[in-house]
Design a protein around this ligand. Structure first.
Ligand SMILES: Cc1cc2nc3c(=O)[nH]c(=O)nc-3n(C[C@H](O)[C@H](O)[C@H](O)COP(=O)(O)OP(=O)(O)OC[C@H]3O[C@@H](n4cnc5c(N)ncnc54)[C@H](O)[C@@H]3O)c2cc1C
Length: 451
């Protein structure tokens, strides 16, 4: 949905469909304007959920299951649900291997994996339990592989260690010194999962309103439904008792317009995939991942089978010049300048200059990207791959440029702040964990709001 004010301010970049209306954001930053309660275009519900990605829909579904007495509306700015991170990811059902023991990520991923498989079985959502190898190809990776194995066991994952000579029994074309095998790792199309959540939610009376770009929250004069959520043109308003915000790449801006802290800040990182040509898909059976570099938040370029039989290779990680910008040339002045003005990002970039340039080089040069992949499948050639799709990750950063690793929840400030819950950081494996995250959000909503 285009924003006319944004078009007026930056006519050259008016193709930006999903830009928040910058003028409105600024003018309402601290202004929780009181407005009269009723208007022709107003609608009313108990709980408004902003964001029609997998986290928003899973939360709406969970609340509607627990509390059939509540009326719930999901507001999504795009014309369909799951058009951003949820519809642009690797599609891996993670087993919970990587995450710090005791963290929310570890707990919710392990729990979410079981819930997701059960859900897919019950709702006939197709998935494949193709398994995964995390492969050490250099001697210096062996120590980290062992540490990862111990961590996986602590997290309660089903894993085994595979010696180099046995790797070929699982992945005949893969080479390595040693690997962790995770038989329960799977793949699924998270857009299909989200559609299923949405259908169930609607079947229970839930309402999904698309083409509704939220740009303001305000307090109205109603004692029963005092929080107004406004669309960007001001033509639509939903009045509710409580609001849950699951805004993905815009979670920081949505939090800020409700009076919450501006930190953590979201910095968009684009990841591009290569795709194996159909005649070469026999080279890969399941997921093949590198041993992650602990300095970076992402898991490293990997081989991932897709539900349609394709094999994706990637994604890399490079600062995107536009939130929700899926092409190298996509650019948004506000997004880029905000990222560059943020001292946290500058500190992060300064600390990782070499790695950053390395990533940039590999984005431009398919051969360099291929080199990373040939470490695992030496037979791979440049003629076996084509350029594929991209995704943009919402990476939360603190003021010192530290990557915020775990899931984070927050509230707004002032009189409506206590009626709002913001999901400020829901990075990978949030799609895998969506049903477990939704349970936690529903618990939090019931406790905080005394529902
Ligand atoms: C490249 C990549 C690979 C990944 N791989 C995996 C993986 O293999 N496995 C895994 O578990 N996870 C993976 N992830 C992570 C996973 O995709 C995300 O954690 C998850 O999709 C987050 O869901 P979400 O609902 O929070 O965000 P999103 O899907 O981004 O949804 C947020 C929604 O909010 C809407 N919105 C934003 N602003 C407004 C507004 N002002 N008004 C109304 N609506 C608004 C957006 O349009 C969007 O639909 C990956 C992510 C990426 C980018």
């Amino acid at each position: 949905m285009a924003c006319n004010v944004a078009k007026f301010l930056w006519p050259r970049f008016s193709g930006n469909r999903s830009l928040l209306c910058q003028f409105c954001v600024r003018s309402n930053f601290n202004g929780h304007h009181k407005r009269s309660y009723s208007s022709d275009s107003d609608s009313t519900c108990d709980v408004t959920v902003v964001g029609g990605g997998i986290v928003g829909l899973a939360s709406a579904r969970e609340l509607s299951l627990r509390r059939p007495d509540l009326s719930i509306t999901v507001l999504e700015k795009e014309k369909e649900i799951s058009m951003h991170q949820t519809g642009h990811n690797s599609g891996v059902i993670h087993a919970g291997i990587y995450y710090k023991p005791g963290s929310l990520k570890a707990k919710l991923c392990v729990e979410g994996l079981d819930l997701l498989y059960k859900y897919c079985d019950e709702q006939h959502v197709p998935y494949k339990r193709v398994g995964k190898l995390i492969v050490a190809v250099d001697k210096e990776e062996l120590g980290r592989l062992d540490d990862l194995y111990k961590r996986a066991l602590k997290n309660g994952c089903t894993v085994s260690m595979v010696e180099g000579k046995d790797i070929k029994q699982i992945e005949p074309h893969c080479k390595g010194l040693k690997a962790i095998h995770s038989p329960l790792t799977g793949i699924v199309d998270y857009s299909v999962v989200t559609q299923a959540y949405g259908k169930e939610f609607q079947a229970r009376g839930g309402n999904i309103q698309t083409n509704f770009c939220v740009n303001k929250f305000s307090e109205n004069t109603s004692s029963s439904h005092p929080v107004s959520t406004h669309s960007e043109h001001g033509s639509n308003i939903v009045n509710s008792r409580y609001v849950i915000v699951c805004g993905g790449l815009y979670s920081d801006r949505l939090a800020a317009i409700s009076g919450a802290e501006s930190l953590p800040k979201i910095v968009p990182f684009r990841g591009d995939y290569l795709v194996l040509k159909p005649e070469k898909t026999h080279l890969v059976n399941g997921n093949i991942y590198p041993v992650p570099d602990p300095r970076f938040p992402f898991l490293g370029v990997h081989f991932t089978p897709r539900m349609n039989g394709d094999i994706w290779l990637g994604p890399n990680a490079i600062l995107a010049f536009k939130r929700e910008g899926y092409n190298f040339t996509d650019f948004n002045l506000k997004d880029l300048s905000e990222a560059l003005m943020f001292s946290g990002l500058r500190k992060l970039v300064f600390r990782n200059l070499t790695a950053g340039f390395d990533e940039l080089y590999r984005v431009m040069n398919k051969n360099a990207q291929l080199g990373k992949l040939q470490r695992f499948i030496p037979n791979l050639t440049i003629n076996d791959v084509t350029r594929g799709p991209s995704g943009v990750r919402a990476q939360a950063l603190d003021a010192d440029g530290n990557l915020v690793d775990d899931f984070i929840f927050d509230s707004g400030k002032g009189s409506i702040g206590k009626r709002m819950l913001h999901v400020r950081n829901a990075p990978s494996p949030a799609a895998t964990s969506s049903l477990a995250i939704a349970k936690m959000i529903a618990d939090e909503v019931e406790n905080r709001f005394q529902l």
